[in-house]
Design a protein around this ligand. Structure first.
Ligand code: FES
Length: 233
């Protein structure tokens, strides 16, 4: 069991939970969280927001019973963390951009912390949240408030782009990156159930196949993702 250090409300329905412990994981991976016994049956899969000395944190939006129960945790309470699971962001090569939109910034703080040479773009349709942590962890953070953050990113300038956010944002980046030589990797925010590859509930279509976001993702090469299919869900 991990002890809760903080569980801060950053915006309506959006929280940052920090727990105590030494954790090793790749940015883009996730943990299964639970702070209840029998119900809900399944733990909640939540991507790693950050790992610090003796701490791990998660940025999450309240969307159901499990995340509501997580939002009620107070410092000193305990929760169960299992993981890390899934495939995180690969090693960056060359000039690198990190692009997050809305809740898509959640898995990117650890990536930004570990990729000091990258350029970081964060986009929010409303009031930005969680930005000060990014600015504290990385020297080059651009925040776009309103509009589309993908408009600020010129893929031809980069060798590697890591992105997470709404499907239209990732689809726009994929279109812009086509033919530029930039390698685009996206972290797909797919609803998960078991989180362990057992239920097929997180299948992502692309390139003539279905891949499980929980074990083969949530980070995929953009070429492996059919964004039209994701949009239609
Ligand atoms: Fe069950 Fe991925 S969430 S297979």
């Amino acid at each position: 069991m991990a002890r809760v250090i903080a569980n801060e409300k950053l915006a309506p329905g959006i929280y940052r939970l920090t727990a105590e412990g030494d954790y090793r994981a790749e940015s883009g991976q996730f943990y299964m969280l639970r702070c209840w016994e029998a119900f809900p049956v399944l733990s909640r899969p939540i991507s790693i927001h950050d790992i610090g000395p003796g701490t791990i944190s998660f940025l999450y939006r309240v969307g159901g019973t499990g995340t509501r129960l997580l939002s009620e945790l107070r410092p000193g309470d305990h929760l169960r963390l299992e993981g890390p699971f899934g495939q995180g962001f690969p090693k960056p090569e060359g000039r690198t951009a990190i692009v997050g939109g809305g809740m898509g910034v959640a898995p990117l703080l650890l990536a930004a912390r570990r990729m000091q040479g990258a350029k970081v773009f964060l986009g929010f349709s409303g009031e930005p949240f969680g930005v000060s942590r990014f600015r504290g962890a990385h020297p080059d953070v651009t925040v776009v408030s309103g509009g589309t953050v993908a408009d600020s990113v010129e893929p031809a300038v980069y060798d590697t782009i890591f992105a997470c956010g709404p499907v239209p944002l990732m689809a726009q980046l994929a279109r812009k990156a086509e033919g530029t030589g930039a390698r685009l990797y996206v972290s797909v925010e797919k609803r998960m159930a078991c989180g362990l590859g057992a239920c097929n509930g997180c299948a992502v279509a692309g390139n003539g196949a279905y891949r499980k976001a929980c074990v083969e993702g949530p980070v995929f090469s953009a070429g492996e993702v059919d964004f039209h299919d994701l949009l239609s869900l």
